[in-house]
Design a protein. Sequence first.
Length: 294
Amino acid sequence: MPELPEVETVVRDLLPLIVGRTIRKVRHGKKRLRKPWQPRWSRPLTGATVTGMRRRGKWIVMELSTASRLVVHLGMTGQFTAIPAAEPLSDHTHIVFELDGDGELRFRDPRRFGSIVLYPDESAVEEFFEGISLGPEPFDLDAAYFREEVQRSNRTLKAILLDQRVVAGVGNIYADESCGRSGLHPSRRGCTLTDIEADRLREAIAAVLTAAIVRRGSTIRDYVGGSGLRGGFQNEFRVYGRTGEPCDVCRAPIECIRLSGRASHFCPDCQTIGSRSRRGGKSPAVSTRAAPVS
DNA sequence: ACAGGATCCTGGGGGC
DNA sequence: TGCCCCCAGGATCCTG
């Protein structure tokens, strides 16, 4: 569920709530996460102070005074929140970090696709990211790198954008929105893109993710930030989840097809399948948002 | 090597 | 109201 903007929001929310706090105790449930929590991790965490927290792609890295690191992935339905200890424990709460003073850091994940793993130090975390070939962050992406990655691939743009080795942090929502705002059809093959189109896509990715972070991400169903607040970017989707609704730019009904096993939304008129627009006109600019027609 | 599909889970929503 | 089927924001493994 959570993609880069949602994970970034969780980290920004949690930072002021947990940095400087000391873990008094770790509790964990019985259900197995995708990468199961090891009970032997609890003891070395006890007494450790949280010194920082950062995001890398869709991963959260929690930095501790003992040099160890907790690497967290929210999967599709994960929630990582700091709340008063008196708050009742929700179903599917897998791990609870009791903090000094009042408050607990809780990891909840109904669908159990998420994980929390302890690494001994920073270099072990870096090794892990290298091991999964995690790609660069989408902001300030090198233009030549992105063109090369896209144009050498026979895959669809949708598949390329979902590949965390190419760019870290984009998921289904923001892949569709990035294609939408760059006027590119998600079923286009990467190798058919011109340099200019690849550049447009790269800029759209950064613009969409930046706008979504400002709105605290998108809440479709479960997502909440680190303080429990929902996101607001779902109200600004141009294509995602808008099947049948009129495109903001041209009023054509948004269509939905399946690509890489995922629902993929697009405007059939604004998003080009070939090298030219089906309308024969210019594609909509990346960074502007057309005023809704009333 | 590459691309695409199946799979791990649970809960919610729509259709009947 | 209840049941069944389908769907879901992700990552990984398997197959062709």
